[in-house]
Design a protein around this ligand. Structure first.
Ligand code: FAD
Length: 468
């Protein structure tokens, strides 16, 4: 029996006090109401909570955390539930705080280039609000039309533009956080420079709801690039595609996007999106550069030439903005397109140094073939982040066993190459078994000691990232 089997669950008396702290209609307890909150985007993980509550303000979150703490009931925070590592999967009978209704953009400050928002705001709405005043919020996870900004901070999410613009962490200037004892605190500010004490906000970025509940974010915005150019290069070999990427970087060009889809993924995406992608190729690379129009033209011409020199069968530029958006949208739909093939989709997130990419893609293919598994691989070629996606059936135990064996081999090879088991989806439950192996004893224990210091009673998302 694990320690977590013994934790108290939501009782009628806790429900009554929660209903006096917030509008009673925002506390769900009926089985049919709470069922949709028993899983996230991760395959084969489902646990029923005791109650689901929808707070509207940081103060309400703080009040609910205090009540849950008094009853010693664990709290699992949830945004949109698009996570791919099981981070917002509840513990049996726990309290789920779903922040999706905390969806107000509070301020766009054009003079300080910041945006303040509640943590349930949808990621794309942040970028759209910035865009209205000629500004730009670059992190663009594939799920940006549905994920929340709080979820993005909690997972330190990356996106298609990560190569040039970085990830969510690079845009966090401040956070409002509810601590495990229910204290509401503000960390960070609008200052570009601030070295007063430890950078506490950074501890909460990527902490997967285990250290505190993020209720507000203050984001850095940047001027919107004046121009962008999107191109597509088609390859008969993955090695040639990877060589092009190395050549582009070596030419001192940092494109905003360098994405790839393998043959299986291109086939599924074309089947799904019907935008005329060629399916008889080993790799399709989506390249985008943005910035000043003159620089964009120059870089685009150079990138297309480099792609041809390194064996691209065909290179084409999007005719206009609409086609560019169609191509990027097609790439964003890779996961959904693959998911249509078989009942269960297991999407991995291993990341290796850029120079090891071609080897890793080949390795994944060989492992899948050896274990007789169906896999499509796509990902962020520019930053070494791969998404081998196993198309399987969780009811077929024998096949699931082969998937587990294949994943074990992929993780072992990733760590051997100096990579990481997760480049953007977080540890949650899905990667928990591997994280100590990657980090080593000392850094793993350091992480656990931070958890113990900030959440001594282990009430916030216990059992995620590591065992207690
Ligand atoms: C189709 C698809 C494409 C995706 N593409 C990408 C991608 O390109 N890049 C990428 O990085 N990820 C991607 N993801 C994964 C996922 O969308 C991100 O991890 C996202 O940030 C999760 O946001 P969410 O609001 O759905 O959070 P949830 O899934 O609800 O929660 C994720 C984790 O964050 C915690 N959490 C949520 N909100 C808060 C909060 N306010 N305070 C504290 N903790 C909180 C939860 O407890 C959980 O541990 C994709 C997922 C899907 C389904």
């Amino acid at each position: 029996m694990s320690k977590l089997d013994l934790v108290p669950t939501v009782t009628p008396s806790l429900v009554a006090s929660l209903r006096s702290a917030v509008d009673p209609s925002r506390v769900l307890t009926e089985p049919e109401d709470i069922l949709p909150y028993s899983f996230d985007g991760t395959a084969a993980l489902k646990v029923k909570p005791g109650a689901v509550l929808f707070p509207l303000t940081g103060e309400e979150v703080a009040a609910c955390v205090k009540l849950a703490r008094a009853a010693k009931v664990p709290v699992v925070t949830r945004g949109s539930g698009t996570g791919l590592s099981g981070g917002s999967v509840p513990l049996e009978g726990c309290l789920v705080l779903c922040l999706a209704q905390m969806d107000k953009i509070l301020e766009v400050d054009e003079k300080n280039l910041t945006l303040r928002a509640q943590s349930g705001v949808i990621t794309k709405d942040i970028d759209d609000a910035a865009g209205k005043v000629g500004l730009f919020y670059p992190p663009d996870p594939g799920s940006m039309k549905i994920s929340t900004i709080g979820g993005n901070v909690a997972e330190n999410s990356g996106g298609l533009r990560g190569l040039k613009y970085g990830v969510t962490r690079d845009y966090i200037m401040g956070l409002q956080v509810v601590l495990a004892d229910g204290t509401l605190t503000t960390l960070g500010n609008k200052c570009v420079k601030d070295v007063a004490g430890y950078s506490m906000k950074d501890i909460f970025i990527g902490s997967e709801g285990t250290l505190g509940i993020i209720t507000e974010v203050m984001l850095k915005l940047v001027p919107k690039p004046k121009a962008r150019k999107t191109m597509l290069a088609l390859y008969d070999s993955m090695e040639a595609a990877a060589e092009t990427i190395s050549a582009i970087i070596a030419a001192k060009i940092i494109p905003c996007t360098l994405e790839f889809l393998d043959r299986m993924t291109v086939g599924c995406v074309e089947d799904f999106a019907k935008i005329g992608l060629p399916t008889e190729v080993e790799a399709v690379v989506l390249m985008e550069t943005d910035g000043h129009p003159v620089v964009v033209e120059e870089e685009a011409a150079q990138m297309m030439a480099l792609a041809r020199q390194h064996g691209a069968r065909e290179v084409r530029a999007a005719a206009d903005d609409a086609e560019a958006t169609r191509l990027a949208t097609a790439r964003r739909s890779a996961f959904s397109a693959l998911a249509r093939k078989r009942p269960t989709t297991i999407l991995e997130d291993v990341t290796v140094p850029r120079t090891e990419l071609a080897h890793m893609v080949k390795f994944i293919r060989e492992v899948a073939d050896r274990h007789k598994l169906m896999v499509g691989t796509f990902g962020h070629l520019g930053d070494g982040n791969l998404h081998p996606t196993f198309l399987t059936n969780e009811r077929d135990h024998e096949e699931m066993h082969r998937v587990e064996e294949a994943l074990e081999e992929i993780v072992t090879e990733t760590i051997r190459l100096g990579g990481t088991v997760t480049g953007e989806h977080g540890v949650g439950l899905a990667k928990k078994a591997f994280v100590k192996r990657q980090l080593g004893e000392a850094s793993y224990e350091l992480m656990r000691s931070i958890k113990r210091a900030l959440d001594p009673e282990c009430l916030l998302n216990p059992g995620k990232i590591f065992d207690l």
